[in-house]
Design a protein around this ligand. Sequence first.
Ligand SMILES: C[S@@+](CC[C@H](N)C(=O)[O-])C[C@H]1O[C@@H](n2cnc3c(N)ncnc32)[C@H](O)[C@@H]1O
Length: 242
Amino acid sequence: MTSETTTEKCVDIVKCNEKTDQTDIEYYNKAASYWENVTPTIDGMLGGFAQISHIDIEGSSKLLKLLFKDEDGPGKVRALDCGAGIGRITKHLLSKYFQTVDLVEQDEHFLVKAKEYLAGVSSVGNLYCAGLQNFKFPQNTYDVIWFQWVLGHLTDEHLVELLDRCKSALVTRGVIVVKENVTSSGKVEKDEEDSSVTRPPKLLKDLFDKANLYILKEFKQNKFPKDIYQVQMFVLRQKPSA
Ligand SMILES: C[S@@+](CC[C@H](N)C(=O)[O-])C[C@H]1O[C@@H](n2cnc3c(N)ncnc32)[C@H](O)[C@@H]1O
């Protein structure tokens, strides 16, 4: 890892250049090229659906509040926003609840924009520039690890490895949140343009299971337009025996 500090804000972009075995493949390289050419705005992050951002944040906020009410719920010290883009979720959701929020994002131009976009947000911690398939999570650090609209960019195999790896990054009572589009066809649907897939809920659940995670809570995001994919939220924890 190398780090470069800017003068405008005391936040570093920590670059993780190492590519682990079998991650230098067309599936990831094509996605990286796609995102390189996306404008670093909320509309860019949401594929032209900037107008749903506030509904999305409202749904996520409800979920977090529910988790915090639980006596076995996560703490509020540190969260990680995975596939963070320009930091939309960090700014409007995670920074409202956590003392510190780190971001991990593969595209450096989004992180450069994130520094500006999050300039007034004092809780911003580290900005890691890495593909999730290669990211080495800091150990025993996070109360919540948040994955949203990014896991379709990972192959099934790397998704299981990723979820398995990130368990050790959680502190006691920590949880993983996955908020993703799901298909209603029961099939995996491919997007050749951005090199991603949308999975049916059953497959996602099988992959969670393979990563030795169980579903603590599951909710559907309400109030989204009818003509887009259904969005499902999963709160995951390590299986007691694992
Ligand atoms: C649809 S945007 C969502 C951004 C953010 N999660 C949000 O909801 O505002 C997908 C983001 O995932 C990032 N991404 C794609 N593949 C990734 C990978 N393998 N590792 C980390 N980030 C990735 C893209 O660069 C982009 O910023």
